[in-house]
Design a protein around this ligand. Structure first.
Ligand SMILES: Cc1cc2nc3c(=O)[nH]c(=O)nc-3n(C[C@H](O)[C@H](O)[C@H](O)COP(=O)(O)OP(=O)(O)OC[C@H]3O[C@@H](n4cnc5c(N)ncnc54)[C@H](O)[C@@H]3O)c2cc1C
Length: 376
């Protein structure tokens, strides 16, 4: 049974389609189609978030008490599938998908009341300060030091690979509050203002030539202790909770749309067609698994998050290869000497997505986590 095409969802699907037809402007569709990264530029995503917010649909996964639309699992999946089908830009995950759920879980009443409405409305743009030059896979070895001083912490050190830090006005950040005991036991989780004196953001160019991430330096940066999420030295639990939201999710809907666009190309040879068909089947399997994960059936959220991260990002990279192979010959051979618009997206996208098996914890580390969770 195709759960997504269940007739009980037909009315909901029609409502979503009507909304998308009426509100997704050509500029927004064009901005999404030209994006060469899963992290779409905020000049595209924030206007779309404002439109969704006005309808109450900016955060489909949030509980209704915080401003979510109150949809069930299948409605949320249908919404994601319809957005992908219509070519809507994916919203920035750092606020809506990553820090918001941990604020809901660990935040004080004041923190929830302050941050959640601002995240929903797109008033705050967040970045993630976890990795450091000496701490990636081994995240617990992080060294950015937070020294208590009166009502503040004083931060010194740096974060690296910080996606969209050059756009963000907020960062959620892991800091070292003690070096005593196990490394995990000396970490705290802070919410900070990127405009605080002493913060410097320096760009790093990616392999694809984009300016997507940065190194962020902290020199005597004062952050109120009241901005800590959770107890002092218990930030590791907050971070683990957050990573489940970062890694899990709905990879299949946009990948299915990209693949179907390739399958509609005329003149594909039999070998390429067979590879596309095989990919279409494996994406349907991924979709089924994602729906199962949403219902929480048969596994822990952390296990699903790691499994989906590996399967989703590896499918993404295989589709990038197929896109370059299919767009390539025609795209290069244009009589005007220019590359085609599709190839101009496919190649940078291929380069950018090489990072997908690294960010949010590399796929080698995810396989290690899966082995531990499944095999003990
Ligand atoms: C595009 C992009 C965006 C990112 N955005 C952010 C961001 O916004 N905020 C943030 O905090 N971080 C971000 N990161 C950082 C990301 O989380 C780290 O790159 C990742 O965790 C890997 O850490 P590392 O780069 O230090 O590599 P390392 O940890 O040095 O690993 C190098 C290689 O060794 C392998 N390896 C390491 N340990 C093991 C092991 N025990 N077993 C098997 N293999 C192992 C890894 O899989 C990898 O292939 C981003 C990274 C990229 C590429």
């Amino acid at each position: 049974m195709d759960m997504l095409n269940d007739t009980a969802l037909a009315e909901f699907r029609a409502e979503v389609r009507d909304f998308l037809d009426a509100n997704l402007t050509p500029q927004l569709r064009e901005g999404a189609a030209r994006a060469t990264s899963v992290f779409v530029d905020p000049s595209v995503t924030l206007p779309w978030q404002a439109i969704l917010h006005a309808r109450g649909w900016a955060a489909p996964d949030w509980p209704a008490q915080y401003g979510g639309p109150g949809w069930d699992d299948m409605q949320r999946y249908v919404f994601a599938a319809e957005c992908a089908r219509a070519g809507a830009p994916g919203l920035a995950p750092m606020g809506l998908k990553m820090v918001a759920p941990v604020i809901m879980h660990y935040g004080t009443a004041e923190q929830k009341a302050h941050y959640l409405p601002r995240i929903l409305a797109g008033q705050d743009y967040w970045c993630q300060g976890f990795s450091e030059p000496g701490a990636g896979s081994d995240l617990a070895s992080l060294q950015l030091k937070a020294t208590p001083d009166g009502a503040d912490y004083v931060l010194n050190g740096s974060k690296i690979w910080t996606t969209h830090a050059h756009f963000a006005n907020r960062m959620f950040c892991l800091v070292r509050t003690t070096s005593e005991g196990k490394p995990q036991a000396g970490i705290s989780f802070l919410l900070l203002d990127m405009n605080t004196p002493g913060i410097t953001v320096k760009p790093i160019r990616t392999l694809g030539g984009d300016h997507e991430f940065n190194q962020v330096f902290f020199d005597d940066v004062r952050v109120p202790q009241a901005n800590r999420l959770g107890a002092e030295n218990e930030g590791w639990s907050v971070a683990k909770h957050l990573l489940t939201f970062e890694r899990g999710g709905k990879y299949a809907p946009p990948l299915i749309e990209r693949l179907e666009k390739l399958r509609r190309r005329e003149g594909l040879d039999a070998v390429l067609s067979a590879r596309l068909t095989r990919e279409a089947v494996s994406l349907r399997a991924l979709q089924a698994l994602e729906m199962k994960a949403m219902r929480g059936a048969g596994g822990s959220p952390a296990l699903y998050a790691s499994v989906l991260k590996v399967l989703g990002t590896e499918a993404m990279q295989r589709i990038d290869v197929l896109a370059c192979e299919i767009e390539g010959p025609e795209g290069w051979a244009r009589p005007d000497g220019q590359t085609s618009a599709d190839l101009a997206v496919a190649v940078p996208r291929y380069l950018n997505d090489r990072a997908a098996s690294i960010y949010a914890g590399s796929n080698e580390i995810q396989r290690d986590l899966i082995a531990r969770l499944v095999l003990g």
